[in-house]
Design a protein around this ligand. Sequence first.
Ligand code: IMP
Ligand code: MG
Length: 177
Amino acid sequence: MKSVTLKDKSFKLFIEESTILNAVDAVAEKVNKDLADLNPVIVCVLGGSFMFTSDLVKRLSFNPEIQFVKYSSYHGTESVGTVSENLGLSISIENRNVLIIEDIVDRGNTLEKIYEDFKKYKPLSLRVASLLFKPNAYQKDIKIDYVGMEIGNEFIVGYGLDYDGLGRNLKDIYIIN
Ligand code: IMP
Ligand code: MG
């Protein structure tokens, strides 16, 4: 069984690249069906979703505008996340159909902050795609339109997801030991 050590923690293979890419294929198929005729803006939420966004946009049947935003979450000891914007949109999304690309939705704090920020710009529609979703951790009501895979509450790394900045380059996803 493949495993990897990042700093002080060891992780073992959890989701293989081929399984990830099958999930990306399935999301791309739905996005193509729903958005090809809507001239959408695709927004990659850095840093975690760079790899998912890359593989997803290569599978699109249309040529969308692609934007990048960056948000960071600071989790306090009482496990309440405060999320702030580090890098914003550089175009107007007013009256545009927007698809937000997330790597993973856990409690949903990050998604909620982005979603509320974006709604203020008056997009025509706002959709969300996330490669991974932790349904048992999710505490919000925002609909996630496209989910690649659902997982439990374990901490994972790889395919863009990091532990303390490390592990983003791994092509498979690993779970903490
Ligand atoms: P949320 O705000 O609780 O939904 O957490 C979302 C953010 O926390 C994600 O965009 C990731 O950056 C990070 N995150 C949540 N779960 C994991 C995980 O299992 N591994 C790595 N990062 C995670
Ligand atoms: Mg993220």
